[in-house]
Design a protein around this ligand. Structure first.
Ligand SMILES: [Fe+2]
Ligand SMILES: [Fe+2]
Length: 402
């Protein structure tokens, strides 16, 4: 008897048992056929699931629900926003199954060919500070980043000085233009010059964007056996887009910093992959085999997590405090100096991860803090609203950054 999330409930399905209001009144009798108005009523009453008599379609939804549920193991099952997110993802997975997508088998979930990788540090002496020091000693950060950072901090920065700086780096300039022309900005006419982009987006905002893109470029050349960089950046970009969408919902000013913080939120993982490729892979395998989120697996394998690494890294890079805070606390927003702002990236990360479940991602959602969500003061319906905005803006914005 499949238990169907309310979002996946369709007219014509047959109730397997009475559906009642919280005070016990029967709204739909056992064996009654679901009508469109039932679905509206159930939604209004916040009924989350309905048991229906099995047929092919509901069978598929049931399989999807069981599959998705496993990824939500670290999430509070009574959380309203997570209930909404869960229903959305179940429907997504069921739709993909209807199109012919096969749920990944256990055998497909294993990482392979990692034996030749060598860690820079023996596991016994590994600690975040050492890893970061080593990284910043062997590779210097691009010159343009430092100049951009100065621009962000300088009160004298001008449209001309910033545009001259950005234009020195052709690929950076091209990416910025593509991004500004993506649906995430929704400008009615094409923005065809950096100067115009700066005058529309703002000096500080565009410098932040340029800095973020430069930081991404720094991490090229990580062995493909370790981590599929496309998948990694897709997730990071999705997190950035969700962070910006949520910041918009909140009426925040300077939404660009949320976008960039989202884009770079897992930057600590990249350093771990560079310095500790073998142990990083071990952490991934640990996460899969033990059904825990990656961040928990890191804690078990390394004794610390990628946010401990990013704290040191971003301090070394002299990253602006208002940005690094959003990144360093994305798994623990209530501990941040400004919990409400850190929550934006925290929620965005979980949203972005949830969407990946329908794309065959094998890792559990990280822990979600309901108390942090409450700080935002957003209604539960904001989850679905963010999802539909992402459906419109997500893909093209992602394309712009590749
Ligand atoms: Fe993370
Ligand atoms: Fe993440």
């Amino acid at each position: 008897m499949p238990s169907i999330p309310i979002d996946a409930l369709k007219p014509g399905m047959v109730a397997a048992q009475d559906v009642t209001t919280p005070d016990g009144r029967v709204i739909l009798r056992q064996e009654g056929v679901v009508e469109p108005w039932h679905i509206q009523l159930f939604t209004g009453l916040q009924i989350q699931t309905v048991d229906v008599v099995g047929d092919d379609a509901s069978q598929q939804v049931e399989e999807a629900a069981a599959y998705v549920q496993a990824f939500f193991a670290y999430v509070n099952p009574d959380s309203l926003p997570m209930g909404e997110l869960y229903a959305y993802v179940v429907e997504l997975v069921a739709n993909r199954m209807a199109e012919g997508w096969q749920l990944p088998s256990l055998a497909e979930r294993r990482a392979e060919n990692v034996e030749h990788l060598v860690d820079v540090f023996p596991m016994e002496i590994v600690e975040p500070q050492r890893i970061v020091d080593h990284e910043t000693e062997v590779a210097s950060f691009p010159d343009i980043y430092i100049k951009l950072r100065e621009e962000v901090e300088s009160p004298k920065a001008s449209v001309q000085s910033l545009s001259a700086l950005v234009s020195q780096d052709i690929s950076l300039a091209a990416k910025l233009l593509k991004l500004v022309n993506s649906p995430l900005y929704g400008f009615p006419s094409t923005v065809d010059s950096i100067e115009r982009a700066i005058s529309i987006v703002g000096i500080r905002e565009l410098s932040t964007l340029a800095m973020g893109i430069t930081a991404i470029n720094y991490f090229q050349g990580i062995p493909p056996e370790l981590i599929d960089m496309r998948t990694f950046w897709r997730h990071s970009i999705a997190c950035g887009i969700f962070a910006k969408i949520l910041a918009r919902h909140l009426g925040e000013k300077e939404v660009e910093r949320f976008f960039i913080a989202g884009l770079l939120h897992d930057v600590g993982r990249l350093v771990l992959f560079k310095k500790m490729p073998y142990a990083s892979t071990e952490a991934l395998i640990y996460a899969r085999n033990n059904f825990v989120p990656i961040v928990e697996a890191e804690r078990s394998v390394f004794g610390f997590t990628h946010t401990d690494v990013s704290s040191h890294l971003l301090a070394q890079w002299k990253f602006p405090q208002h940005l690094s805070e959003l990144i360093n606390f994305h798994h623990d927003p209530m501990a941040a100096p400004t919990p409400r702002l850190a929550t934006v990236v925290h929620v965005a990360d979980v949203f972005a991860d949830a969407l990946r479940i329908a794309g065959g991602n094998m890792y559990l959602l990280p822990q979600f803090y309901d108390a942090a969500w409450d700080l935002l003061g957003l209604p539960t319906s904001a989850v679905k609203r963010a999802m539909s905005e992402f459906e419109i803006e997500g893909e093209q914005t992602t394309q712009a950054l590749f």
